[in-house]
Design a protein around this ligand. Structure first.
Ligand SMILES: [Zn+2]
Ligand SMILES: [Zn+2]
Length: 266
């Protein structure tokens, strides 16, 4: 497989300036995607979610109409040149089940980006998970979310292993398998998140690895038939095709994974 920009035919995980930690308007990403010959661009900015205490890295609720307007006008302007899907990246909380269905009335898809777990009535950041008991909550939440059928894609499903700088235990591998099987059964795509490659390496038992995507997790997807996609998780238009994307394709190839180039949205 030649590592040119022809490898990236679609990207379903794309942010905008509206989430307060990315740059570029919807149109900026669309123009860049057309330039790169990307056929399908899914916009999935961080959803406004009042339930979260830390909303500094999310779209404000007042900006949501702006997002929808930018999406519609780009579809109108560039719809003949590129397929644009309207989406959001969002956490799943069982208490908000109606919220997802509301959002899906005007959107094409939701990406599950579970950055928190709910524990003892409080939210705990996924980046602070260390204990297996917390990982179990994460996995239970993901499976519950997958089973609602509200999510097309699970962003960085392996992020619960973020703090594991040692070999993964049998229990962690088992939890990984549970996610993979649930995704397969419910026809939900798992995402190899290229942003992990932009965030740097760690050494595990003398081997160079990434916090995510975590190789041991993805090895378990082999021969399961689960749908796998590579996403940029672009926070800048230029990230629609960069070294991290090349790295992600190399990563998938090295494990022997076949990635989906196109997802059926409806
Ligand atoms: Zn982000
Ligand atoms: Zn994202």
């Amino acid at each position: 497989m030649p590592l040119t920009n022809k490898i990236m035919k679609s990207n379903y995980h794309t942010h905008t300036y509206l989430c307060n930690h990315a740059i570029g308007t919807v149109e900026d990403y669309v123009k860049k995607a057309i330039e790169l010959n990307i056929k399908t661009l899914g916009m999935s900015d961080h959803a406004p979610f009042n339930f979260l205490e830390d909303r500094s890295v999310r779209m404000g609720i007042e900006d949501y109409p702006i997002y929808l307007k930018e999406l519609s006008s780009s579809i109108e302007k560039y719809g003949d040149l590129i397929k644009i899907y309207k989406g959001l990246e969002i956490e799943y909380f069982p208490t908000h089940i109606k919220h997802y269905q509301e959002l899906l009335k005007e959107l094409d898809y939701l990406v599950l980006g579970q950055h928190y777990i709910q524990k003892n009535g409080k939210l705990k950041s996924i980046y602070h998970l260390k204990e297996v008991d917390d990982m179990k909550i994460y996995v239970k939440t993901l499976i519950e979310a997958i089973e609602t059928n509200n999510f097309k894609i699970i962003a960085h499903p392996d992020i619960f292993l973020f703090n594991q700088e040692n070999e993964l235990t049998e229990e962690m591998l088992y939890l990984s398998k549970m996610i993979i099987l649930s995704a397969k059964e419910n026809n939900v795509a798992l995402e190899i998140n290229a942003n992990g490659f932009r965030k740097g390496k760690i050494i595990v038992n003398g081997q160079v690895k990434y916090r995510y995507p975590r190789k041991e997790f993805w090895e378990l997807t082999k021969n399961t038939g689960v749908k796998i996609i590579i996403s940029s998780d672009a926070h800048k238009p230029k990230y629609l095709f960069d070294e991290a994307i090349i790295e992600a394709y190399k990563f998938a190839t090295s494990i022997g994974l076949e990635v989906e180039e196109e997802l059926v949205m409806n």
